[in-house]
Design a protein around this ligand. Structure first.
Ligand code: B12
Length: 205
């Protein structure tokens, strides 16, 4: 990890973030490693927000800096033909966080999956419709808010009630999601990052 990049992201120092991303890219550091540093910086942003050192404006700013940095990183080839089948992903309803979901989408595509990205604030019915239409082996639900854990639980229960639970594995992810959350919402697996997602989904390809 780049300490300089982690700190600059945490401090929302846009110029240093972009400078450092450029430098790391030139040194040949892999895209996912650069993202890891940015993500670590975002964790500090979150902590500072919790501690009321940062406010909503800083959260918004952090998303802008992160997205600019991601654009600069680029370099993940998503044009290849899909060889591993379909993966449906979306952020659960009442939650509009999408940075992590978008990274997972990009990395899955670059690893040969056909990704159907439903977007953010996705109601249960839309997940069910997508499972029926696309018949993916795995569906991913992103959730960054603890207040939305019950929404994820309700969504997974509805997938079961629709008689689809044996057809798909349900993978959940997002900052505050852990093993206990996975058990609570009855997901099959919890993914900590995009690479875990790729490794897990390849088993069902
Ligand atoms: C940026 C940010 C925002 C931005 C989001 C912009 C956007 N376009 O996404 C904005 C400003 C909109 C925002 C709003 C809010 N936010 Co906010 N936000 C963050 C912050 C700082 C970073 C999130 C992020 O993008 N991280 C970087 C990405 C790369 O990491 P990631 O999302 O975790 O994703 C990785 C993995 O988790 C995994 N992953 C993610 N999704 C998925 C899905 C699947 C299927 C898989 C397999 C893997 C996977 O792979 C990714 C890559 O490795 C977090 C702090 C944090 N520590 O997460 C708070 C945080 C999530 N927000 C928080 C809060 C409270 C809010 C607001 C309620 C604030 C408010 N008062 O309005 C609103 C809620 C809006 C809503 N209804 O959704 C809290 C949630 C606390 C809690 N206990 O639930 C946090 C934790 C901050 C904090 N510590 O208090 N936020």
């Amino acid at each position: 990890m780049s300490k300089k990049l982690v700190e600059a992201m945490a401090d929302l120092d846009e110029d240093v973030v972009l400078e450092e991303v450029k430098a790391l890219k030139e040194q040949g550091v892999p895209a996912l490693e650069i993202i890891e540093s940015l993500q670590a910086g975002m964790e500090t942003v979150g902590k500072r927000f919790e501690e009321k050192e940062y406010f909503l404006s800083e959260l918004i700013m952090s998303a802008e800096v992160f997205n600019e940095a991601s654009e600069l990183i680029g370099g993940m080839d998503t044009s290849g033909t899909s060889k591993y089948g379909k993966f449906v992903i979306g952020t659960i309803y009442d939650d509009i966080h999408d940075i992590g979901k978008n990274i997972v989408t990009t990395v899955m595509r670059s690893n040969g999956f056909e990704v159907i990205d439903l977007g953010v604030d996705i109601p249960t019915a839309k997940f069910i419709e997508a499972i029926k239409q696309h018949k993916p082996k795995v569906v991913g639900i992103s959730c960054l808010l603890t207040t939305c854990f019950d929404n994820v639980k309700e969504c997974i229960q509805a997938i079961e009630d629709a008689g689809l639970r044996n057809d798909v594995k349900v993978l959940i992810g997002g900052g505050p999601v852990d093993e206990a959350t996975g058990k609570y919402v009855k997901a099959d697996i919890v993914a900590k990052n995009a690479q875990n997602t790729v490794d897990y989904c390849k088993q069902f390809a």
